[in-house]
Design a protein around this ligand. Structure first.
Ligand code: G6P
Length: 608
């Protein structure tokens, strides 16, 4: 969601802040700003728009200092205007604050603060917090921040600077990530490690409830009673190359094209060929615990939820226990009827999605063991789960998730293999699956070779106003994912549907202007999908069939066929999704859309 960055040291704060904001821009990009504390107090520059605009503004009206904070915003309360952009300042103009999250009791607080004489200049919930700090008692900024936060309901990651406490940034987190970057004579704060990587690879991940005081001399982490806490310093595993375009026009294309490598990376060191199983040390489940599992619940949002739907097929098939897949946002507010022996798996690329995190907490409160399938190392879900599997797909910058999806499905296959072998899947079956997974990166590489063909298709359908995606079995979630990719980056209305269920409604939409993408790889429901394609054909729909090599000719039925390498049915989603990612990408580019920063979206949704 929004991005926070802060700097204190001997360098020029503004250049570090703007560099950090540019790296965080993928998390929110409707407005941006910085505040610098210098001899003259606290000065801010902000605007509605992107970081490029902020750079120009700062070139026209520079500010200088060695301590400052910055923010790139994804609007929740109040339109994305200059006034509503962060940092926000108090009445006296001596405090500046940036905030991620939502102050849920903002209306009540605002009314009271206005009655007490505070003047509000914005429509944001965040501004209440800066006025609260202004009137809070305390000898130091951290004491005032702690006192103010005691009145706040909701979620926050905040960074604050004040004229009265020169050279100091106070940060706090509850439900929204904040980390400290530990440099040489300089310290950074950020909502995401990518913002500090240009300066240091040493980071301190703050826990929920932590408050940290950062100066050029060092940092202190406090709890809400101002007692000092120890926090470990971790190393970031990747470097700046991982978040550079590397010659690609967009991060999304780069991330699609690197999937052979990212899938390999998810598998690396985890396949035990002779034993026919997987090594998943991070799961932290004993053999007894594995044997006691009676039910698996998967909670996730967006693309990760689609991966979860594939996971249901994988886990039910390989492990033989019932799996339900829940929208995290719905699950968390339902009564939890959890049976003993429930394992809940939170799937999340970022590890910070607010609803997924809260669903995990709700599951734990109901007595479930909780696991995380997470990409971002050190993220909140990763740290709160009892165990899990890191995807190791590297940073995903494109807002539309691609490589995380394929790695999530691969991680679910590894989990299915591991749990299956613990619970009756025989060694021969295990070895067969291991050998199929060993070959998977090469198959992904070959699937990516469809790009020129898909680009030509994109030219043909770039002007479509609607699109339908149909699939069955493990490829139904792929249909959902293909439709999501198209709508989120090209703004073409698209729906994913179970191919047979189409007859109960969407078939009414089909005419010669409706592209219908049918997922038809070789699997046990192939002939059924072919029947559904007949139904589309009979109504004049334009069929794009995603099939597998050696699967027979569909040219009598389909207007276009794209073949990915043949694979066992449970693995096929990793391959069939690739043409759909490429189709969405090329259509969006042809329509002139901002592929990496689609309108209204954000990469990491840290508000519910
Ligand atoms: C946002 C992103 C999606 C992502 C979803 C869940 O909507 O734009 O790409 O799938 O959040 O995010 P997570 O980080 O939990 O996988």
């Amino acid at each position: 969601m929004c991005g926070i960055v802060g700097y204190v040291g001997s360098g020029d704060a503004v250049s570090v802040l703007v560099e950090g904001l540019a790296r965080l821009e993928y998390r929110g990009y409707d407005s941006a700003g910085v505040a610098v504390q210098n001899g003259g107090g606290v000065e801010t520059r902000k605007l509605a728009g992107r970081i490029a605009g902020l750079r120009e503004l700062l070139a026209r009206r520079p500010i200088h200092g060695h301590c400052g904070i910055g923010h790139t915003r994804w609007a929740t309360h109040g339109a994305p205007t200059e006034r509503n952009a962060h940092p926000h300042i108090d009445c006296a103009g001596t405090l500046a604050l940036v905030h991620n999250g939502i102050i849920e009791n903002a209306d009540v607080l605002r009314k009271r603060l206005e009655q007490d004489g505070h003047r509000f200049g914005t429509e944001t919930d965040t501004e209440t917090l800066v006025h609260l700090i202004e009137e809070s008692p305390g000898a130091t900024l951290e004491e005032r921040v702690i006192a103010a936060l005691n009145h706040v309901e909701g979620t926050y990651g905040v960074a604050v600077v004040a004229e009265a406490d020169p050279g100091k940034i106070v940060v706090a987190r509850r439900g929204s990530p904040v980390l400290l970057g530990v440099g040489d004579g300089e310290y950074l704060v950020a909502s995401d490690a990518s913002a500090v990587l240009g300066h240091t690879r040493s980071v301190v991940y703050l826990n929920d409830g932590d408050v940290a005081v950062v100066t050029a001399e060092g940092y202190r982490v406090l709890d809400r009673d101002a007692r000092e806490q120890e926090r470990a310093v971790d190393d970031i595993e990747w470097d700046l190359d991982a978040i550079a375009l590397g010659g690609y026009p967009h991060f999304m294309l780069k991330e699609i094209c690197e999937q052979a490598e990212t899938v390999r990376s998810t598998l690396r060191g985890r396949l035990l060929v002779a034993e026919g199983t997987a090594r998943l040390n991070g799961l932290n489940l004993t053999a007894e615990q594995c044997a006691a599992i009676r039910r698996i619940v998967i909670v996730a949002c967006g693309t990760s939820w689609h991966a979860g739907l594939v996971g249901r097929h994988v886990l039910e098939e390989l492990v033989g226990i019932p799996v339900s897949v829940e929208y995290a946002s719905e699950y968390r507010y339902r009564r939890q009827l959890q049976l003993p022996g429930t394992v809940t798996i939170a799937i999340s690329q970022s590890g910070e999605t607010a609803d997924t995190l809260e669903a995990l907490r709700a599951a734990r409160a109901a007595g479930s063991t909780v696991l995380g399938l997470v990409n971002v190392v050190g993220s909140t879900i990763a740290r709160e789960a009892d165990g899990g599997i890191y995807l190791h797909a590297g940073p995903e910058i494109g807002v539309a998730s691609t490589k995380a999806f394929t790695s999530q499905v691969v991680a679910l296959l590894l989990l299915g293999l591991y749990l299956g072998r613990q619970r009756g899947l025989d060694a021969e079956q295990g070895r067969r699956l291991v050998s199929q997974l060993v070959r998977l990166p090469e198959l992904v590489e070959r699937a990516l070779a469809v790009e020129p063909q898909v680009r030509a298709l994109a030219e043909r359908y770039a002007d479509a106003r609607n699109a339908l995606y149909l699939g069955r079995g493990a490829n139904f979630p792929v249909a959902l994912e293909g439709a999501l990719k198209l709508k989120e980056i090209s703004y073409i209305h698209a729906e994913g549907y179970p191919a047979a269920e189409m007859k109960h409604g969407p078939i009414a939409l089909i005419d010669e202007n409706m592209p219908v993408v049918c997922l038809a790889p070789k699997d046990p429901v192939y002939t059924k999908v072919v029947s559904n394609m007949q139904e589309v054909k009979a109504r004049g729909g334009r069929i794009i069939a995603i099939t597998s090599e050696g699967n027979g000719d569909l040219s009598k039925l389909a207007d276009h066929q794209v073949a990915v390498p043949a694979s066992p049915p449970l693995i096929a989603p990793v391959l069939t999704v690739i043409p759909l990612q490429l189709l969405a990408y090329h259509i969006a580019v042809l329509r002139g859309c901002d592929v990496d920063r689609p309108r209204n979206l954000a990469k990491s949704v840290t508000v519910e």
